[in-house]
Design a protein around this ligand. Structure first.
Ligand SMILES: Nc1nc2c(ncn2[C@@H]2O[C@H](COP(=O)(O)OP(=O)(O)OP(=O)(O)O)[C@@H](O)[C@H]2O)c(=O)[nH]1
Ligand SMILES: [Mg+2]
Length: 419
């Protein structure tokens, strides 16, 4: 099965809560605040891994959630940070925000790593808020909520050369003769329904990837035949191999007509695709004793044409060599245009990404003097050192109201704070 799309939900880990605790030891009755900070939640990372070929693994698992940070503890102990969740995808994967429908990143470089959903920061423990004037901060900061979102991942096959042509031009035959791929071949149109890839190997350890896609016909851009959607699989190829049957069974359409039809469809799909370097190849020359049909095609379209027979293998070595040279030139040009170190985090998120909550959505602290970061409602401890049992006064009154109880008295603190 050819999977090239996946939808996944990603969420970073929650930040651990800061701890509300006071030091309590023998002979030290008022030991002061010693609640540690919560740990940071893990991030969800996407890594372009060349050893992964499809998005197949992602279709079986929809939720990718990083580990939460652990809460801080008494005695100034900081909670452990959560582990990151690493998702490996093939290079060439496009990462979209599913709901916003916009492209977040193009993972086009092997080993490229991006943080797609950051974990929440750990909350500060009450020790953090002690000042000379306020020595008994009876609050700690909860951990920050993590980022989460649905992603749509799309893999565009990265082939170096893409075969285009009318149905029955012999594209699949050519792929099967030049690579180890075994696509279906038959003498009826639209034999190929899904793109196929193969690796062409040449002497000198040179190799490149060739893609065979379904045949195009006139009106494909309007959905005629199999449409032209699969052209996206060859949008990134460096070279287009335009294959033409020079002895078509249907004599009303000459090879030159075939050429113009395909050129027209390529242009309708994308001008960038139509502008790619193109090698025009006349196939099935074994069906005639001479190359007159090839010469005639050259004259009509005014372009140089390579002659091959995918069945007998004539001209295939030259074709592969010629393609390799074109691909090598294209690669060199790309390398000059863009030089980037591989293996680094190149991106966290677009600057205009509206994902992070605007500051006014964060409830300000209502007691004490926060020193940095966004602050959230005060939490009081019922048991020092156990932040899971912390609740804000608002929470407490809300909860008691909900259950028809009178507001609870302030919770006792185990450590005796200084006066
Ligand atoms: N005589 C001859 N027949 C060929 C040659 N190349 C392909 N064929 C035949 O042409 C027919 C179509 O070949 P395919 O490789 O399936 O053509 P395709 O372009 O992949 O066709 P679609 O997948 O339908 O778009 C088959 O019967 C092949 O055997 C060739 O060089 N010479
Ligand atoms: Mg085919």
């Amino acid at each position: 099965m050819f999977i090239d799309r996946a939808e996944i939900f990603v969420r970073g880990g929650k930040g651990g809560h800061g701890c509300l605790s006071f030091r309590r030891e023998k002979f030290i009755p008022k030991g002061g605040p010693d609640g540690g900070d919560g740990g940071k939640g893990g991030d969800v990372l996407l890594v372009a891994d060349p050893s992964v070929n499809t998005l197949l693994d992602l279709t079986g698992r929809h939720h990718w959630i990083a580990e939460d940070g652990r809460p801080g503890r008494g005695r100034n102990m900081t909670g452990r940070s959560g582990d990151d969740c690493v998702i490996r995808v093939p290079p060439g994967t496009l990462v979209y925000d599913r709901d916003a429908g916009r492209l977040l990143k193009d993972l086009d470089t092997p080993e490229m790593k991006i943080c797609i959903a950051a974990g929440g920061r750990g909350g500060k423990g009450n020790a953090h808020f002690a000042t000379a004037r306020h020595q008994t901060p009876r609050f700690a900061q909860p951990g920050e909520e993590p980022e989460e979102r649905w992603l749509r991942l799309e893999l565009k096959l990265i082939a170096d050369a893409g075969l285009v042509g009318l149905p029955n031009a012999g594209k699949s035959t050519l792929l099967s003769r030049t690579t180890q791929a075994r696509p279906k071949i038959a003498d009826y149109p639209f034999t190929t329904l899904e793109p196929q890839l193969g690796i062409v190997e040449l002497p000198g350890y040179h190799r490149f990837v060739m893609a065979d896609i379904p045949g195009l016909i006139e009106g494909a851009h309007e959905g005629v035949g199999l449409g032209d959607d699969f052209l996206r699989h060859i949008e990134r190829t460096r070279v287009i191999v335009h294959l033409i049957d020079v002895h078509p069974i249907d004599a009303t359409h000459t090879p030159a007509d075939a050429y113009h039809t395909i050129r027209n469809e390529l242009r309708k799909y994308s001008q960038a695709l139509a502008d790619k370097p193109e090698l025009i190849v006349a196939n099935k020359i074994d069906l005639a004793d001479n190359l007159d049909a090839v010469r005639q095609l050259e004259q009509t379209i005014g372009r140089k044409v390579m002659a091959i027979s995918a069945v007998t293998g004539r001209g295939l070595a030259d074709l592969s060599q010629r393609l390799w040279l074109m691909i090598r030139d294209a690669k060199q040009q790309e390398a000059q245009a863009e030089r980037r170190p591989a293996g680094t985090t190149l991106y966290t998120r677009p600057e205009d990404d509206p994902f992070r909550a605007p500051p006014d959505e964060i409830v300000p602290v209502t007691e004490g003097s926060p020193q940095d970061g966004p602050h959230v409602p005060i939490r009081h401890s019922e048991e020092a050192g156990d932040p899971d049992r912390t609740l804000s006064p608002q929470h407490r009154s809300k909860r008691s109201g909900k259950w028809g109880l009178s507001p609870a008295p302030p919770p006792p603190e185990t450590g005796d704070p200084p006066a």
